[in-house]
Design a binder for this molecule. Structure first.
Ligand SMILES: [Zn+2]
Length: 109
């Protein structure tokens, strides 16, 4: 199957399918039920209109590619449809913690 730019590869899809996340609402589920939602270590600016174009660009596109523990947003798309903050080791793919986003009540971050 052809995939567009930015789509995940078969290798990544296989790794996610083998990963298990313990959703605070649904319990332990296959990673295939979740969708990656991006870096959770850089919260969205409270007032984006106050940022310069360079600051907004930096927040949108200039991200680290960390080795080791990393906070990420994951969406339980085939379950409770809640956003979660997952701490994942990017080397071993171990899940260290799964939590609700602070102040969101599980809504979109
Ligand atoms: Zn869930």
């Amino acid at each position: 199957m052809a995939r567009g730019p930015g789509s995940i590869t078969d290798d990544v899809l296989q790794e996610v399918s083998l990963m298990y996340l313990c959703c605070p609402y649904c319990g332990e589920r296959s990673g295939a039920e979740f969708a990656y939602g991006g870096d959770a270590s850089a919260p969205r600016p409270g007032n984006p209109a106050s940022l310069s174009d360079a600051e907004w660009y930096a927040w949108l596109y200039e991200r680290d590619n960390p080795v080791g523990r990393h906070q990420e947003y994951w969406y339980h798309q085939l379950g409770c449809r809640q956003w979660l903050v997952v701490v994942r080791d990017t080397v071993s793919n171990d899940i260290i913690a799964v939590e609700e986003p602070v102040g969101s009540g599980g809504g979109q971050p």
